[in-house]
Design a binder for this molecule. Structure first.
Ligand code: NCD
Ligand code: ZN
Ligand code: ZN
Length: 429
């Protein structure tokens, strides 16, 4: 957009540039023009006094459902939910219908996202055709058409031989393979974590070993292939320990945690709460604390929501048959801010896990307030409290375990390429 936007007197935190100070942020012609002094008059001013101003958040794990399941979410509703949550760049997973396993679909998603024009949408290409785990996709072509990483998320790349080939092939081009780590032979039929809650409820469980064993296998394969391997939505104590050890060894292994895995435990499903049913499942308190320790010591570099919208019809059918998934875009920031309030992370460290770190892993240009960068900016009040009402959420998916819960931390403005796309609780455009 043309013109000059001044974000005045905010507490600017930009981990990519080590910035942590109260200053003015000037945006000219959609780009960051200056931080601090600038000679000129603003066309529009946002008073950010007492607020935090940071690069637009990046969520590298989102299910947009388009094409194929637009009644659950689509590119427009997902983009709107993103900016309502302060997120200006999302990576969308390939378990759509058709899958993102050929260039045409990737191009179609990017074109539609540009038309919507609210946030950056970067597709993640499938590793195998039809997510069947058998035949590799044309990763190189998918990459040329805008895919920023590769995954069969929704499903694991279960076949060890195929995973080995995928890692070797991806490694020769520097592509990152993102694994939904789940050994189905251990988790088949399970709906929630295997443990005392599954016993109490009489519902089949998914043991932590289902996740741990696949991460262990993959790390061996990644070591052999010298490949970039990223564990999606890590949820277990054992998994975090394996990733920590691999990183200490110098392997190109990384991981992300979803807010529900560091904020909630399996006890959330007591009462057969289908909105707390997710894959991997909410785990034990020991697992939750291990994820928090992983975030604290840097083993887990990224916070990503695994935003998985479902229609009510897919959820309201009992715990065993309900679809897996929790929506996350609109609760990512307030839920994650608890890590700062409880002293686990500093504010800059938290913001880095939602900006600079995913940008670095994926080679994105966003996630920074460097002068000259596209002006994607999130402004939030870290202390404002509000109550989440699922009916007021922008996402079509209302499947959140936080309905009716008090949230601390409110996004007041989202700016995309210099344009205010969210303010006063409303998405604009
Ligand atoms: N996380 C989930 O519970 N569900 C995801 C799939 C996935 O992320 O594995 C979905 O697509 O619904
Ligand atoms: Zn997954
Ligand atoms: Zn997912």
């Amino acid at each position: 957009m043309s013109g000059k936007l001044l974000i005045k007197n905010g507490h600017i935190i930009d981990p990519a540039n080590g910035l942590d100070e109260v200053a003015n942020l000037w945006i000219v012609e959609g780009k960051v023009a200056a931080i601090g002094a600038y000679d000129g008059e603003a066309d529009e001013v946002i008073d950010a006094d007492g607020k935090i101003v940071c690069p637009g958040l990046i969520d590298m794990h989102v299910h947009l459902r388009e094409p194929g399941q637009e009644w659950k979410e689509d590119i427009e509703s997902g983009s709107r939910a993103a900016v309502a949550g302060g997120v200006t760049s999302i990576c969308c997973m390939p378990n759509t219908g058709p899958h993102i396993d050929h260039a045409g679909i990737a191009l179609q998603i990017i074109a539609r996202a540009r038309q919507v024009g609210l946030c950056n949408v970067h597709p993640i290409g499938a590793v195998t055709k039809n997510l069947e785990g058998k035949e590799l996709t044309e990763m190189r072509e998918l990459s040329r058409c805008g895919c920023v990483a590769f995954s069969d998320d929704g499903l694991p790349i279960w076949h060890a031989g195929v995973m080995r080939k995928a890692l070797e092939y991806a490694s020769s081009f520097g592509f990152m393979v993102i694994q939904h780590a789940e050994e189905k032979q251990l988790t088949a039929g399970g709906a929630i974590n295997e443990g005392w809650v599954s016993t109490q409820l009489g519902v089949s469980g998914m043991p932590a070993e289902g996740e741990d064993s696949m991460i262990a296998r993959d790390i061996m394969l990644a070591r052999r292939a010298d490949a970039r391997y990223h564990v999606a939505h890590i949820s277990t104590q054992g998994g975090v320990a394996l990733v920590r050890k691999a990183r200490a060894e110098g392997l190109k292994v990384s991981t992300e945690a979803a807010p529900h895995h560091f904020a909630l435990t399996e006890e959330e499903v007591l009462g057969y709460n289908v909105d707390a049913k997710v894959s991997p499942p909410l785990r034990t308190e020991a697992d939750r604390l291990a994820v928090i320790e992983g975030l604290r010591d840097g083993t887990i570099e990224v916070i990503a929501t695994d935003h998985a919208p479902h229609h009510e019809d897919d959820k309201r059918c009992g715990l065993s048959c309900a679809a897996f998934g929790i929506v996350g875009l609109e609760t990512m920031l307030p839920v994650s801010l608890e890590l700062v309030r409880s002293g686990v992370l500093t504010m800059p460290d938290l913001i880095a896990k939602m900006t600079a770190n995913p940008a670095r892993l994926l080679g994105l240009e966003s996630g920074t307030l460097s002068v000259g960068a596209e002006a994607d900016v999130t402004i939030f009040d870290a202390d404002t409290t509000w109550v989440l009402d699922r009916e007021k959420m922008v996402s079509k998916g209302k499947n959140t375990p936080w309905h009716g819960k008090e949230m601390t931390g409110l996004v007041t403005h989202t700016v995309k390429a210099g344009r205010i796309v969210f303010a006063e609780g409303e998405v604009r455009g």
